[in-house]
Design a protein around this ligand. Structure first.
Ligand code: C5P
Length: 315
């Protein structure tokens, strides 16, 4: 099989509908309770694969992101399948970087999902999740998409039922927040007394939920201190009627969700203005929709294979 196989992959951004940092673990990571949700803002990735005797990877990344995870993802997938080939990756970035939207993680997960299909091999879902976790704590989520609860480092995943359609405004103020530093700053404030309380309220958030509701993000306390303009975005979104209005990940993007597009338009008007954050209109992307976007992207190469990759638990 020496023909070139090509696909254009969707790599959607995520928001955290809830994010609680419980405490520092022995492996240096922090124990989390979070709810991930895919949204309509997305990068697009051109990927091609041609079997060859030695592996070579050509990455066209207009932003020249240092240490781009997509290249590591391609190598990991090829090594896992014991396949060699020439890989070309063309990244079209739309998701702001360093904003808590998981853009780099989503790009990497997209490569992990697509490489086996283009190479005509399979990697079972549990193994794909292991490989994804080697690339970063947010990467495994993007193998599933939709709404997913995550615990541990953020890599132990529990798919949740999709929410009804919701629309939102995402404000990306161009402030780059270092995730590692945000964890360090927050970690210093965590006490044992807080743990049980946080776990309890996260559980009630999950049990009580048919809406995006009243999530919290523990990082707001530390990140808003250094970047007060993010807090004022949140306040404006709340005034516009957003529920919830939250920072995503360790920042710096802040989103607000609304039940209809009319409310989104009014919020954009309220937030808009020169010199302010870049604004995006977004909608939540359900797991059903996520899978259909992926199926469409790969359909000419699927040849009757099972898609998406399965866990034996989900059969
Ligand atoms: O896993 P990832 O490489 O995305 O994490 C970036 C940094 O964020 C880690 O080096 C670590 O400092 C911090 N982190 C953490 N606990 C997590 C996830 C990330 O402390 N659950």
């Amino acid at each position: 099989m020496n023909d070139v196989r090509r696909a254009t992959l969707p790599a959607l951004a995520k928001i955290n509908l809830d994010l609680r940092v419980i405490g520092k673990r022995e492996d240096g990571y922090h124990e989390l309770r979070t709810i991930f949700q895919t949204i309509s803002l997305a990068d697009s990735i051109g990927l091609s694969f041609q079997a060859a005797r030695r592996t070579s990877i050509a990455l066209d990344d207009p932003l020249a992101i240092p240490d781009n995870l997509v290249e590591r993802a391609a190598r990991l997938a090829l090594d896992e399948m014991r396949v060699a080939g020439h890989v070309e990756i063309l990244l079209k970035k739309r998701i702001p970087i360093g904003a808590g939207l998981g853009g780099g993680s989503s790009d990497a997960a997209a490569i992990l999902l697509a490489m086996p299909v283009l190479a005509g091999r399979e990697i079972a879902l549990p193994r794909l999740i292991d490989l994804a976790a080697q690339l970063g704590s947010d990467v495994p989520f993007f193998l599933l998409g939709g709404r997913v609860a995550a615990i541990g480092r953020g890599t132990e995943l529990f798919p949740l039922p999709d929410l009804p359609a919701q629309f939102g405004v995402l404000a990306a103020p161009g402030v780059h927040v270092s995730t590692a530093e945000a964890y360090r700053a927050l970690g210093q404030r965590l006490t044992n007394a807080l743990h049980l309380n946080k776990i309890g309220s996260f559980q009630s958030q999950l049990w009580g939920q048919g809406s995006a509701g009243s999530g919290v993000n523990d990082f707001e306390a530390v990140v808003f201190e250094t970047h007060p303009q993010l807090k004022s975005i949140k306040t404006k979104l709340m005034k516009a009627g957003a529920s919830p209005a939250l920072m995503t990940g360790s920042g710096s993007a802040v989103f607000g969700l609304f039940p209809n597009r009319g409310a989104v338009a009014s919020a954009v008007e309220l937030l808009g203005g020169p010199g302010f954050a870049r604004l995006y209109k977004i909608s939540l992307v359900s797991r059903v929709r996520y899978r259909s976007l992926w199926r469409r992207a790969l359909h000419e190469h699927l040849d009757g294979r099972t898609w998406p990759p399965q866990s034996r638990y989900s059969r």
